[in-house]
Design a protein around this ligand. Sequence first.
Ligand code: HEC
Ligand code: HEC
Length: 121
Amino acid sequence: MKKTLFAIALASVLCIVYYSTISCQTNKPKNLKVIKDRDMTVEEIKEYMRTFTLSLGVECDYCHDTDNYSNDDKKEKNITRDMIVLTEMLNEKYFPGAKENVTCYTCHRGSIRVKNTPPGL
Ligand code: HEC
Ligand code: HEC
């Protein structure tokens, strides 16, 4: 009886270890170079990336090989790394504690091309 209980307990522990290792592996981004919060899960990254697609009026494949989000082949992904650094720098250096901070949308307004001419000009 004791041996059976021990076997069940051991199996449960191994099971938990096994599944948490798997979910850790699939849940961690592998190739972050500029996003500072390295504890972000893939789900949190995807939610953050939604602000990019909505700000630029594009889909994920504009920057990504959607079969492998870690891949860096697309130039748009690398340009965006500079854009993330730029946006963070603007907020940290020039608008610390501002109520209305700068986002991708501030400049892009739903399009890849930025708006730099006021309507009417
Ligand atoms: C405008 C460009 C852009 C768009 C659009 C975009 N991403 Fe990203 N994504 C990036 C950049 C840049 C990184 C890398 C950030 C870094 O290096 O810190 C990244 C990283 C990721 C990662 C982490 C990959 C890894 O293993 O490191 C995932 C997952 C991801 N994006 C998912 C998505 C999804 C899902 C969408 C659509 C909802 C999306 N992205 C839209 C630019 C983009
Ligand atoms: C301060 C204004 C500003 C902010 C904030 C900004 N961008 Fe940009 N972005 C620009 C300008 C200007 C260009 C150059 C447009 C051109 O080449 O005509 C550009 C170009 C780009 C390009 C390249 C487009 C192309 O034609 O290849 C991408 C991708 C991009 N931005 C993504 C982003 C993302 C994602 C964010 C938020 C993390 C962001 N940008 C924040 C001003 C900004």
